[in-house]
Ligand binder design. Sequence first.
Ligand code: FMN
Length: 171
Amino acid sequence: MEKVVTNKHEAGTAGKAVIVYDSCYGNTEKIATSMGEAIAGGTRVVRAAEAHPSDLKSVEVLIVGSPTQGFRATKPVQEFIKSIPEGALKGIAVAAFDTRMPADDVGKGLRFIMKVGGYAAPRVADELKKKGGTLAGLPEGFFVKGKEGPLKEGELERAATWAESIIKKGK
Ligand SMILES: Cc1cc2nc3c(=O)[nH]c(=O)nc-3n(C[C@H](O)[C@H](O)[C@H](O)COP(=O)(O)O)c2cc1C
């Protein structure tokens, strides 16, 4: 599914931005959509399974988001990144985010494992850099209450602010 979102503020300020995301229960999709709405200029929000390297043509900013599953991004996100030719992200500002469970919401044992195992966004950011992208901000995690969500309060707003900061740095 591809959505083109426009924003009531100055259309065109984002240059060309694409947000590629995956989502099992809808939480990461909500975050991606909130980011798309925050960035002006008809940002494209594309599901990873439907994304293609040709979507990156004339793009200035690429943001990739995934639910953290087993400490990493989902298969469609990993496969989308794999499909990007070496060096194809040269000159493109990139950033990564994930959704995840707050460490405080799980038991002590699992908390330790999650801390050691890590999260999707830093791994995705590394992969995007390896493909030639310039990191426009630190990888960020947004929190869901339990496996299926919903999102914790305030996360949609936090996502919008984060995306705006990426666009500013990516220009
Ligand atoms: C198979 C599976 C593995 C998961 N592994 C992790 C994990 O390693 N760390 C974590 O914080 N959350 C983990 N979660 C919780 C997901 O991060 C959560 O389901 C996701 O953020 C919800 O986003 P979505 O609605 O877009 O799918 C896991 C969930 C599933 C279903």
